[in-house]
Design a protein around this ligand. Structure first.
Ligand code: ADP
Ligand code: MG
Length: 375
């Protein structure tokens, strides 16, 4: 059975009637632009071929129910008006319904049944896939006049204010706005977006995401520290955000740590534009060295890599990847590698063999369409 059939059957089973609609939204991976988002720069994520499905139906009694096929979750029920107090996994879907109500959706009861194929906590944003599928479902069935960017903003608000995670809007924007085969160039200041065709198939390339399954304890504190360093560097340079800084100015910073942190952001912002230029010129293989440079910058200047992750990057490149880099906030997490299709298996095997801790999980991801109504 397909995921679509599964989620419809699960809805029928739980509620005794067919859903009013079935919607799905993808996870994402960010090709380049790491730690540029909180400096008001650009990111270049694409939606991947793992999705989260939501079968949805309106309820007349002012109750919202959620259930998921994920074995780590149980069903939850809340009265309209109390959605903001949701906890656990239910905070993602119920928080999204709450945020949509804040944006103008008429409050109503709902039954939401979730089936996700985006691995949880693997750097592929299962959280944004869930929020985005719920947002599209409830907005469309509820007749809310909200564009896709407003839906992304509602997902982000749910995650910030109900789940309590200080995330930006990249993941939800990618899940809701990406088109198949393209990445989304997102300006995190103006929120302007552009599609950038990836051309991976034509170039005979694939993308692997290697989850190190390592996460160092200092991840949360380290992330907050790097954000604060960026704010301090921008202040020292007299610019609103590091997006506005140039390399010459950064090299003149007296404090060595701030200089390194700012240099990563300024060079990473330039790398995003370099990758866009290469992709638009049909030169996808040349993106590899830019990914390698991004990793070196994240490791040496931004200091967010760890030996376990460096070992995966080295192994991937040694086995034929054109370039690889750490993705996500840092201090563990996943590696993205750009790989000629003929070398995919060698690169995957080399990563498994190089692991210094738990065996990493290797997944190939392909660019896929953004959120949509399936039924
Ligand atoms: P990720 O990098 O995958 O987004 P997060 O920690 O941000 O990791 O989000 C993962 C959380 O989102 C899970 O712990 C769970 O609470 C929720 N979640 C995501 N997908 C599902 C799903 N299909 N069913 C239930 N909960 C889900
Ligand atoms: Mg997440």
């Amino acid at each position: 059975m397909s995921a679509l059939d599964d989620v419809r059957a699960a809805f029928l089973d739980a509620h005794g009637h067919a859903p009013d609609g079935v919607f799905s939204a993808p996870g994402r991976v960010n090709l380049i632009g790491e730690h540029t988002d909180h400096n008001e720069g650009h990111v270049l994520p694409f939606a991947i071929d793992r999705r989260t499905w939501v079968a949805a139906g309106r309820r007349p009694d002012g109750t919202v129910t959620v259930r998921s096929s994920d074995p780590g979750t149980g069903p939850a029920t809340a009265a309209v008006g109390t959605l903001r107090e949701a906890t656990g996994w239910a905070a993602y879907p119920l928080g999204t319904v709450w945020a949509l109500e804040q944006a103008g959706l008429e409050p109503s009861g709902w039954d939401l049944v979730v089936h996700g194929e985006v691995p949880l906590g693997a750097g592929l944003s299962s959280s944004a896939a869930l929020e985005s599928a719920v947002a599209l479902a409830v907005a469309e069935l509820g007749g809310a006049d909200l564009d896709r960017f407003a839906l992304a903003a509602a997902g982000r608000r749910a995650e910030n204010e109900v789940v309590g995670a200080p995330v930006g809007i990249m993941d939800q924007a990618a899940s809701l706005l990406c088109r198949e085969g393209s990445a989304l160039l997102l300006d995190c200041r103006s929120m302007a977006t552009e599609d950038v065709a990836l051309g991976l198939e034509e170039a005979g390339l694939g993308i692997l995401v290697v989850d190190s399954r390592v996460r160092h304890d200092l991840a949360d504190g380290g992330y907050a520290d790097r954000r604060a360093a960026c704010v301090a560097a921008a202040a020292a340079l007299g610019v609103p955000a590091l997006r506005d800084a140039d390399l010459a100015g950064v090299e003149g910073l007296a404090d060595e740590v701030l200089r390194r942190r700012a240099r990563h952001v300024v060079t990473e912002e330039a790398r995003v534009h370099e990758v866009v230029t290469l992709l638009r010129a049909g030169k996808a293989p040349d993106v590899g060295p830019v990914l390698a440079a991004s990793h070196a910058s994240l490791r040496d200047d931004f200091a967010v890599s760890v030996p376990e992750v460096d070992a995966l990057v080295t192994a991937a490149e040694g086995a034929g990847a054109l370039g690889a880099r750490i993705v996500g906030g840092g201090f563990g997490g996943s590696v993205l590698a750009l790989v000629p299709r003929a070398a995919l298996e060698d690169v995957a095997a080399a990563c498994r063999a190089a692991a210094r801790g738990p065996e990493p999980t290797v997944r190939e991801v392909a660019p896929a369409p953004g959120a949509r109504r399936d039924v």
